[in-house]
Design a protein around this ligand. Structure first.
Ligand SMILES: Cc1cc2nc3c(=O)[nH]c(=O)nc-3n(C[C@H](O)[C@H](O)[C@H](O)COP(=O)(O)OP(=O)(O)OC[C@H]3O[C@@H](n4cnc5c(N)ncnc54)[C@H](O)[C@@H]3O)c2cc1C
Length: 455
């Protein structure tokens, strides 16, 4: 037992923490495959308790890893150095929804989808839409600057965070930003904490910007013979002056897996897929859909499907949402990357995926957010072949180096965590890494917050 545990037990009420093996095990991992056991898991109910825990941890130099819903894809909340896991799950209240100001104030443990539903009832919209939104927390979204399909039109989590209450490494409680749309009082410290992956402070309250909920939505889904046609569709829609809410693509292997899982009727024998969603007033949606349909018809698709209204649009989305599950249903292990490329490189990326397959013997299935260049490149690894795991690391290295050469980014949504750590050095210059260290040292001089990660 660590020497600080008896002191910890004397200082804090038993209702605040758990030490049982089953709880330790549950809080040792996220949706990635790494795991590491903490000594204790704490469940604070308010900011004062978070502050007291951090003061204690700071005094005794104990690692503290903040944890949201544990739905991260990169091992971000895995407590690799042990110590305390600080679960924010009990701080889960929506404190305010204010339509007049266009803001909501929430605790970090609020599930993203729950916030969206609650504000929708008041005619308001919180657009960030990670695919995990039924489970993940706003605090985790802030810490990873989560994104989703709607980013093309609406931006990422950062674009909706107006203010934060943060507890610093030494227990100091600080408020950054505020509740107004504009605020130029001092540095943009909200931006420093958003996406900081629990390395700079613990987020205990979030003030988010809300916008009017779009009146209606519609979508078009097109299947093409080639990836080039789908990529041309993306460019032509934008060139024609439309800014759809989402522009999603999928490649041949993804469609093949979906065809196997869902049936040949649902997916024609095509090699590329494009899903375009528009939203806004009823008349604008109808008119945009008509024009976009014409643009896509000119590209001679194999099939086009159009949907108007919420229910019909959701039906078209059902297929898109099945892509991940269909790939998993192949029985292969799916290594999901979230690279970002300049949009013009889409066809090159699909060709590069074929190159990976030839060079490393690992099939690559890609789908994702073509509008913002954030593509989920899935390496489909045979779990029965031990050689393939090693090959997968080499294939990832090959992919990330190419993405960087294209001036893209190795992660657009999931963060660096543990999964991308080996590539942090090539993804960030030495000056940029030094700047990260300077910021980290200034805010967490003893290095107790989420240690063992990329800074
Ligand atoms: C099926 C699936 C689909 C996904 N789809 C998407 C997607 O479309 N877009 C996307 O962006 N991500 C996606 N993800 C990844 C993941 O859901 C997001 O990264 C999400 O933001 C994580 O939230 P969480 O509450 O689970 O955080 P956790 O996994 O618990 O933590 C993530 C990181 O945030 C830190 N952290 C958590 N809470 C706090 C806090 N209050 N203060 C300080 N640091 C904190 C942790 O230390 C860790 O570094 C997906 C994951 C899954 C499993």
């Amino acid at each position: 037992m660590k020497s600080w545990i008896p002191i910890f037990r004397r200082l804090f009420p038993a209702s605040l923490y758990r030490l049982e093996a089953s709880v330790i095990e549950k809080y040792s991992k996220d949706a990635w495959f790494a795991s590491a056991s903490p000594e204790v898991v704490c469940f604070p109910k308010n900011v004062r308790q978070v502050s007291a825990l951090l003061k204690f941890a700071h005094q005794y130099r104990i690692p503290v890893t903040a944890r949201g819903a544990g739905k991260g894809y990169v091992g971000g909340c895995v407590p690799v150095k042990g110590g305390i896991v600080l679960s924010l799950e009990k701080m889960n209240r929506i404190l305010e929804i204010n339509p007049e100001d266009g803001v909501a104030v929430v605790e970090p443990g609020v599930i993203t989808g729950r916030l969206q539903e609650a504000v929708k009832k008041k005619g308001l919209f919180y657009p960030p839409d990670p695919a995990s939104l039924k489970d993940c927390f706003i605090g985790g979204n802030v810490a990873t600057n989560a994104g989703g399909p709607r980013c093309l039109k609406y931006g990422v989590t950062r674009n909706y965070v107006l203010g934060l209450e943060v507890v610093l490494a030494d227990g100091t409680i600080v408020n950054v930003g505020g509740r107004t749309m504009k605020n130029k009082t001092g540095f943009d410290l909200v931006g420093i904490f958003v996406g900081s992956e629990g390395l700079l402070g613990v987020v205990t309250q979030v003030t988010v910007r809300l916008i009017p909920h779009p009146q209606s939505r519609g979508a078009i889904c097109a299947f093409f013979g080639t990836a080039t046609q789908a990529a041309q569709g993306v460019q032509m829609i934008l060139k024609a002056g439309f800014l759809p809410a989402t522009l999603e693509v999928a490649d041949r292997l993804t469609l093949e897996a979906a065809r196997k899982a869902l049936g040949r009727d649902r997916i024609p024998p095509a090699n590329a897929y494009l899903l375009v969603e528009t939203d806004g007033t009823e008349s604008a949606v109808r008119s945009d859909l008509k024009s976009i349909q014409k643009i896509l018809y000119d590209l001679k698709p194999e099939r086009i499907e159009k949907a108007y209204g919420n229910q019909a649009t959701e039906r078209l989305w059902e297929l898109r949402r099945q892509f991940s599950a269909s790939l998993k249903a192949t029985g292969m292990k799916k290594l999901n990357e979230d690279i970002v490329i300049p949009r013009s490189r889409l066809v090159e990326l699909f060709k590069f995926s074929e190159k990976i397959q030839k060079k490393f013997g690992i099939p690559v299935a890609s789908f994702g957010h073509a509008g913002d260049g954030n593509i989920h490149v899935n390496l489909m690894v045979d779990p029965t072949d031990p050689k393939q795991r090693k090959n997968a690391d080499e294939a990832l290295d090959f992919l990330f180096k190419q993405v960087i050469a294209w001036k893209g980014a190795i992660t657009g949504e999931h963060g660096v965590g543990l999964a991308k750590m080996p590539w942090w050095k090539i993804a960030a210059s030495s000056e940029l890494r030094a700047l990260h260290r300077t910021v980290k040292k200034a805010l967490d001089p003893k290095g107790i917050l989420n240690p063992g990660k990329f800074v």
